[in-house]
Design a protein around this ligand. Structure first.
Ligand code: ATP
Length: 474
């Protein structure tokens, strides 16, 4: 029987003397702290930390090459969350004070007493558990600020902007005014629209219509229905989707694609609550609440006279902008977990684990197709999965394809290519923050996920790159 590893992340022991490494390791193992890594060469420590998330660290001070003081400073700077316990032969008070001032978690003098060592390490583990619990509580507290968190249960996020957006949704859900939801493709606009409907108290149905590519006749027929004989083949009258949304919500997706004629009809519906079925002169009335969505910039369409000002004005009462996934990369690990569980259950497979390198790749990607793209990458990877951790291959191949093809061609704000010239932008320039994320993602892709190579390409230290990737995934 294999024993469970404790703690879940390893304890790193750094000392240049093999006999001391062995003694400390054995003491910890005997106390049930069996998840350890030992390192005799202090020059390797920062690389090791970049590759492996650790729980806590035991650090000798007097070592050749990089001494413990310098390492303590570097670790505190790059990984301030890791508790560092100094284990040293130096008994003088000044050294101890200097280490504690530099941020050491504890200070133990050699020869090491087993009890003292085990207590210190256990304290560091409890400290880490408390810190993680705090983080998770903070996430929940943000949700606790909501009156009806259950309305958003299928929207996975820990992003403060999204949670503020949920609060706004709660405050406007019960009004009868239209709502306009903007955001790139696949960010979850329809999920938000459904949450609004759930919170609205409306008894009718939620009916979704996608206006993309519909000419005025098809749009009108789909939405408003037709009278008998309205056109060839209209042998009997038929109600449109607006009838099905009576007393409920009509979700009109891709309204930026509406023809001018359809825009006039939508405006009438919004202003008067009236519409005409095709081939009918008598107006009918509707009490459906309208939620419209678009992934286009209406300001651009307005300037180009492709969207009516009066319609835009009518839609502006309640506006919601859903941030793209690349601006809330902290959601990626949560979404990955969620989609892996969903995919494993729908494909009737055991849940594979996610290797760190895969998570690093995923948290450095630009996501032109946002959450939908992540969802389909994960489903694809799980469906190909045989055994062991989830393979990086299909996801890496997807990212490579997207990047060499210059994005998905959807509403990708920046399209770039791995050949020369290296970067070209489509609809708008990315912000500096986006451009930095883009470069990091590209370097990680070109280096096959190798941080050391990627950091050289980017001209930053591996620690700086690792910090950036970690920040994105925390
Ligand atoms: N935060 C989220 N948590 C879980 N699933 C999500 C989240 N956001 C989006 N999804 C999933 O991603 C997919 C796309 O979401 P949705 O259709 O709501 O996006 P959209 O912005 O309306 O896209 P489009 O503009 O292309 O119509 C859906 O399968 C949805 O369930």
């Amino acid at each position: 029987m294999t024993m469970a590893l404790h703690p879940s992340r390893p304890i790193l022991i750094v000392d240049d003397e093999p006999s001391i490494l062995l003694a400390i390791d054995t003491t910890l193992q005997m106390a049930g702290l069996n998840h350890t890594i030992t390192c005799q060469d202090s020059r390797r420590v920062m690389d090791l930390l970049a590759d492996t998330p650790i729980e806590s660290m035991l650090l000798d001070l007097n070592m050749p090459n990089v001494d413990g003081h310098r390492l303590l400073d570097d670790v505190r700077q790059e990984y301030p969350d890791i508790p560092v316990i100094i284990v040293t032969g130096a008994v003088d008070v000044e050294t101890a004070v200097r280490c504690i001032k530099a941020g050491a978690f504890d200070y133990i003098v050699k020869p090491v007493e087993a009890d003292r060592l085990v207590t210190a390490v256990n304290r560091a583990i409890s400290f880490q558990e408390l810190r993680r619990e705090n983080q998770s509580l903070r996430r929940h507290m943000l949700r606790d600020d909501l009156e009806h968190p259950e309305a958003f249960r299928n929207i996975i996020t820990a992003n403060p902007k999204m949670l503020t957006l949920f609060q706004y949704v709660e405050s406007i859900a019960a009004t009868s005014q239209p709502v306009l939801i903007r955001g790139e493709t696949g960010v979850g606009k329809e999920l938000i629209a459904r949450a609004i409907h759930r919170l609205s108290g409306l008894k009718g149905r939620f009916v979704a219509v996608n206006a993309a590519g519909l000419d005025d006749t098809i749009f009108s027929d789909t939405l408003f229905g037709h009278a008998k004989g309205a056109f060839t083949g209209a042998d009997s009258p038929r109600g449109g989707l607006i009838e099905q949304a009576d007393g409920g919500t009509l979700f009109l997706d891709e309204i930026g694609d509406l023809t001018q004629a359809s825009q006039v009809k939508l405006l009438r519906l919004l202003q008067e609550g009236e519409y005409f079925a095709l081939g009918d002169d008598l107006p009918r009335s509707s009490n459906a609440r309208i939620i419209a969505a678009t992934n286009q910039r209406l300001s651009t369409l307005l300037k180009e006279n492709r969207f009516r000002k009066d319609l835009n004005y009518r839609l502006q009462t309640h506006r919601i902008v859903v941030p793209p996934l690349r601006e809330r990369l902290e959601d990626v690990p949560l979404l990955v977990d969620h989609f892996i569980a969903a995919a494993a259950s729908s494909l009737n497979k055991p849940r594979p684990s996610v290797p760190d390198a895969l998570m690093t790749l995923l948290t450095g990607y630009f996501y032109p197709g946002n959450v939908r793209e992540l969802e389909s990458m994960i489903f694809d990877a799980v469906s190909r999965h045989q055994s062991g951790p989830l393979s990086i291959a299909s996801i890496q191949a997807h990212i490579d394809r997207e990047q060499t093809a210059g994005g998905s061609g959807m509403s990708s704000p920046a399209v770039y290519d791995s050949g020369d010239p290296p970067i070209s932008f489509s609809h708008r320039l990315p912000t500096l923050k986006e451009a930095a994320q883009l470069l990091v993602a590209e370097a990680m892709r070109r280096s096959g996920g190798n941080q050391s190579k990627a950091s050289k390409m980017l001209g930053v230290s591996q620690q700086a790159l690792s910090k950036r990737l970690k920040k994105a995934s925390d």
